[in-house]
Design a protein around this ligand. Sequence first.
Ligand SMILES: Nc1nc2c(c(=O)[nH]1)N[C@H]1C(S)=C(S)[C@@H](COP(=O)(O)OP(=O)(O)OC[C@H]3O[C@@H](n4cnc5c(N)ncnc54)[C@H](O)[C@@H]3O)O[C@H]1N2
Ligand code: MOO
Length: 431
Amino acid sequence: MPTEPPSTENDSCGCDSIPASAASLAPLASALEALRAHCILMEVENIPVSEASGRVLAEDVLAQLDVPPADNSQMDGYCARVADIGDGCWLPISQRIAAGYAPQPLGHKSCGRLFTGAEIPDGADVVIMQEEVTLRDGSDGTPEAWLPGPRAQGDNIRARGRDVVSGNRLLAAGMRLDAAALGLLGGQGLSNVTVRRKVRVALFATGDELIEPGQPLARGQIYNSNRVMLSQMLNDFGADVVIAPLKVADTFEATRDALASAADQVDLIVTCGGVSVGEEDHVRPAIESLGSIDLWRLAIKPGKPLALGRIDTLTGNAIRVVGLPGNPVSSWVGAWLFLRPLLGEMTDCHALRELPRLNVRAAFSAKTAIRQDHLRVRLAPGRDGQLEAHAFPDQNSAVLSSCAGAEALAIIPPESRVAAGDSVECLWLTH
Ligand SMILES: Nc1nc2c(c(=O)[nH]1)N[C@H]1C(S)=C(S)[C@@H](COP(=O)(O)OP(=O)(O)OC[C@H]3O[C@@H](n4cnc5c(N)ncnc54)[C@H](O)[C@@H]3O)O[C@H]1N2
Ligand code: MOO
């Protein structure tokens, strides 16, 4: 049954009751453009391959070796010449080759016993798995094998260079190294690799109501869920969170001082909360007092009050500040929509720059006003096998349960309607 999230026409956080014309809210595309402008690129560093998981490759890596370096067997069995086997014949076993040992050239009209991974001797052009082979002692006591035929040349042989050919590009610059990529580097005998330095991030949660998990909760307080969540997301996107105080007090001075001292130590500042219009919202004025605001208030839901700014540092550079709204869902969606591409830009990583898009069938209905909505959905095949997006039932920007386990964000453009069964574009949430 299609699920119907609350209409997105009325703002779930109540903020569409405030007059906000489309003209006063910047579209998502201009925010992404502002993010890309003034981006600093991380320098390169050479690090051990064993520590390079998740790092972004700074330069192409060319293969220096064929992998495998020689033809080898992909089965435990017997190697021989196709021409000698014909329609099947008994051949004396002239040598035994285990993986790791150099074989002798294969003698005329003989076969070799060998094991998976063993190098194929010169002269042999086929391997027959041992389950198909019968053994006996020959008239002079030499063991013989019955090799059934006919056989095709190359059967059960992994040719030299099948995986990697020396001189070819092994891995492309801009790739985020996963376990398999580390394996390819290791397979070349490389112990070090040149990657982009990790982006150092300061993460500030603001709000006097916040208290750390593990502490007793007093009236008026809530646990700080965003700090642990955003910290993990930044890590997942390849950054290093180096400053993350429990919280920053809700005053202009405390906010300004926290931002100013972090600006000289990190490459990026992320704040959460305090970007809206109340007297307790000090992030925007604090950024303005130390640098400039590029953009504030977007035509997106959730995440309307998001602020993008820059702070001048002692070195004369301006570092980027992303002010995420405090509502947990607004922070979480903002991290996917803005922090991920920004970190991709700063590390020149293609995969992080843009979330993959896919069109699936909506299993929900929705309508929007002036803001583009980003519904949290699960993806599952429908009865006909076609992929469907199932929206979490409560899409309020304070309902973090709509994010845990979400696999995609369904994009509902401004001033539009989606009915169950319509095709809907989704951003696939992958690290
Ligand atoms: N008069 C108006 N009020 C609001 C508007 C508006 O346009 N006019 N916009 C609303 C929208 S939309 C959003 S989103 C929020 C964002 O406001 P802030 O970024 O200033 O966030 P806070 O007020 O600090 O917090 C909002 C909400 O989230 C809770 N919160 C904050 N930080 C955390 C945290 N680290 N962990 C868990 N929960 C957190 C906080 O207690 C509030 O409930 O503003 C609307 N208001
Ligand atoms: O919906 Mo707010 O609650 O724009 O992020």
